[in-house]
Design a protein around this ligand. Sequence first.
Ligand code: BES
Ligand code: MN
Ligand code: ZN
Length: 505
Amino acid sequence: MDFELKSLSPTQAAALSVDALLVLVPDAKPAKPSGDALSDLVASATRQGDLEVGLGKQLACYRPAGVKAARVVLVRSGDGAAVSVRKAVSAGMAALKQPGVKKIGLVLSLLDAGNDSVRAAVSACAEATYVYTTTKPSAKARALQQVTVGVSDAAAVRDGFDVGRAQVTGVEFAKEWANRPANHATPTMLAEAARKLGRKPGIKTEVLGPKQVEALGMGSFLAVAKGSAEPLRFIVMHYSGAAKSSAPVVLVGKGITFDTGGISIKPAPEMDEMKFDMGGAASVLGTFAALAELKPAINVVGLIPSCENMPDGLAVKPGDVVTSMSGQTIEILNTDAEGRLILCDALTYASRFKPRSVVDIATLTGACVIALGGVRSGLFSTRDDLAQALQQAGETAQDPCWRLPLDDEYGEGLKSNFADMGNVAGRAGGAITAAKFLQKFTADLPWAHLDIAGTAWKSGAAKGSTGRPVPLLLQYLIDQAAVLAAAGQAAPAGKAHRAARPAKA
Ligand code: BES
Ligand code: MN
Ligand code: ZN
């Protein structure tokens, strides 16, 4: 989908040559009707009470006088804050999901839209019209092709618009790969997608196979992959937006392309949803796709351990003890707690980059779904400043998370008589004990963990990937680029990277 940003007065919006206009109308009374067709329409609809006050309330009009677009939907945007704009656009777009609507004008000119509101409008518009078609070509592809975002002053909100566009690219990339069934998204195919991203300027991709992973001593990762006929892949990506000497942020994404549970097999109902168990990996790939577009001045490394978790004659068995890359031994008491087993070796690998921070992203525990549901991702960190930065990024990007504790007492259940640790503790506090397991592999790294089991996809009639937490990750990286810039760590000479500035500013 093509987005463009334009300064549009109400008169110019009325003259737009599009199939439909979605006009956001703030709840507050307009100063005075300005005499143009669109403002008059809004004023009289408001006066008559046909357009009620209240976020999301709408009025659909057909061929109103003086407006070029045949369809005009007026929608209330409440107080005009970014959260409200997102809700208003979602509500309004539902009324414009028609095959004949290919070009629209998304008119924000009547509000005081800042960077965050423009970003929210762009992402909500894409969200409302996304359609998965790869293995269902009969599904009607997205009708909407072009969106002109009209604001009163385009230059003032260009940054927010650019971030919004890059975010849409990233979220849709993540959705595509997470939505694909496991036979259309094997570790090898995921690595291919990463390689293809590696052809974009600023991105490099390296893919390791079983032999190289064995040579690295990743005994824990190898153990999970053993039961599958599909060979594992370890994907290493680099985005270079800053000077070589600038320490990177490392993103580690869980890439289980299908989780049967292994020998500790899962029950049949809803097992198909375990194709989404590479949602963390998809979010890392999506974030890289967004970085390639936005080009913030920061270095980022992406690490994706990817394999299937299958039951088999060769599969790892409950009670087996393996040696991780860190040298620590692990008693695999439950083969369904496989995410932590592939992540721990990737976290050990991460330390070689001397990272600024390491953030792993994983559909790790059912317990996190119980704790936080589908609204907020679980956030764990050993550093308050990192936790705060991620939490804030989530709020800014409307992709929120919530911090959970890491007291040492939570780790006690991981003790084993046969290895340095077991891979599971009891049922209580399962999201936290999983994080405690990962913490054993982070040594002195500034580390955070996002458990996205509840937020990466939706079940039921709306079953599908959400593309989360790409918005949070992208915002965190933009914010960190701004911190670097403020500290005087400039972009490499000769490269014209965009000035890093948080969308908020
Ligand atoms: N991929 C699952 C976590 C999951 C479960 C995500 C349900 C989304 C919905 C993970 O590999 C898993 O199976 N975790 C186990 C851990 C347990 C065996 C300690 C779980 O949560 O049940
Ligand atoms: Mn599992
Ligand atoms: Zn899993």
